[in-house]
Each structure stands twice: as C-alpha cells, then as structure tokens.
Design a binder for this molecule. Structure first.
Ligand SMILES: [Zn+2]
Length: 241
C-alpha cells in the first residue's frame, strides 16, 4: 500500500452518544451516595478504616448525580467529611472542629510547582511555599488528613481561591501512572485526569502505605461505572436532548 493510491480515509459520522433514560433520574436518591437507585452501589461497599482523613469540599454547581464520585468515596471511608459550598472561613470551620492546617495536605491544582517536586515519586509532598519536603516519608507520616476540591477544573480553581486558608496547608502533587477508569465517559478533564474517588484512593493508599485501600475503592468505582454503562440506552430518534 502506498500513498500513490491516494485513497482518502472514509470518515464515518460519529454514532450519537448513548444517554441515560430520563425515568432513571426521577426516582428517590440514595441518602449515602446521592445517586438514583439504578446507579447506587452502596450495598456492596466494604467500609475502610482509614487513618488519614478525607475532606471533600464540593462546588455547589458540581452535583453530578450520575457520574460523580465524591460521595461514593466519602461513603467508603470511616473518617471522611463531605461539604458543599463555595467558601469556609478556615479548615477548622469546614471540619467543624479544631485541627492544625499544617497537618492537612491539599491536593495541588495547577502546574507551576510540579517541576520542583521529586521526579522519582508518584506522589510528592510540598510545603506551603511549594518546596519539596526533605524527608518525604516522614513528612507524609505527619499528615492527618487530605483536602480535595470537587468539581470541574474551573470550579475547583474557584474553590481554591475562595478558601485562602489552603495556603497554610502543605500540598500534594500526584503523578498517576494509570489513566482514569472513566475513559471516555466524562468529557471534561479533571484534576490530573482522575475522578475524586480515584484521587482519594491513590493518595490515601500511599500516605497510609496500604495498597488495599486503592484496590477496594477502585473496585467500587468499576462497579459504579458498570452500573452506569448498563443503564445507558442508545439514543434513537426520540432524543432526550
Ligand atoms: Zn448509594
């Protein structure tokens, strides 16, 4: 085969994206994960007794009841807090108890300080000025909790700037080696391309040195996506929009 054949590749029109049936979204929502019954996997969730706490602050406009993972992650963990809002006066206010912000790490947004982070690690802890901690293992052991902003890239950025107290917290930079299990289901790229559940699972399993945390949480995520995919119906003539 040569280019001389000059055959243009035949471009097929992309098939319409399958959609969730509208009726699926009409029923009651699960009190734990906030999803419609057909998409809820809470029954099969194995509780995880985590040492490092999780705090998820969700942008009010996020509220993705079908593909969102923040509440599934929180449901998984014994020590986890989920809040919806735009700003809190302090980390202690967001958690509703007194904590030391130096012992809580925020998952870093944005590119610049990543170059300074140690390149040989899939996760790196930077101090609040963006300098990598000298003894990474010791610095990570001193972390009591992690903070995740949940939303699209721009929503998470808004949360970051509306909550100036995060500047007192150390930062975690993730370098995931695997792409998100979302695949093509979600159009908008998220933090490091991972869902909130994947980012929490990745981080906690490394901070606690317990790979089973990630394994257990990802198996729930796979079940959730399986539920979603099997609920999809091909978009026919009667498009729901
Ligand atoms: Zn549920």
């Amino acid at each position: 085969m040569t280019q001389a054949e000059g055959r243009r590749p035949h471009r097929r029109k992309p098939a319409p994206r399958p959609a969730l049936p509208a009726t699926l979204l009409e029923g009651p929502l699960c009190a734990h994960c906030g999803k419609p019954e057909a998409l809820c996997v809470c029954d099969a969730i194995e509780p995880i007794n985590n040492r490092v706490e999780l705090l998820v602050l969700q942008h009010p406009q996020e509220q993705d009841k079908t593909l969102g993972t923040a509440r599934v992650a929180v449901t998984h963990l014994a020590k986890a807090t989920f809040r919806i809002g735009l700003s809190w006066p302090s980390l202690s206010a967001a958690l509703d108890r007194d904590v030391d912000p130096k012992r809580w790490a925020v998952l870093h947004m944005g590119a610049s300080p990543e170059e300074d982070a140690p390149q040989d690690r899939d996760i790196a802890l930077l101090d609040r000025h963006g300098a990598p901690a000298g003894n990474q293992a010791a610095a990570m052991r001193a972390i009591d909790g992690i903070i995740l902003f949940d939303g699209s890239w721009s929503q998470a950025k808004t949360l970051w700037w509306r909550n100036a107290w995060v500047l007192k917290c150390p930062r975690l930079v993730l370098r995931p080696t695997q792409p998100s299990l979302y695949g093509k289901l979600r159009k908008e790229p998220r933090r490091e391309g991972l869902s909130t559940l994947e980012a929490a699972a990745f981080t906690l399993s490394r901070l606690e040195n317990r790979p089973e945390i990630e394994k257990t949480m990802l198996s729930t995520f796979r079940r959730m996506l399986q539920r979603y995919r099997s609920a999809l119906e091909p978009q026919g003539a009667k498009s729901a929009g």
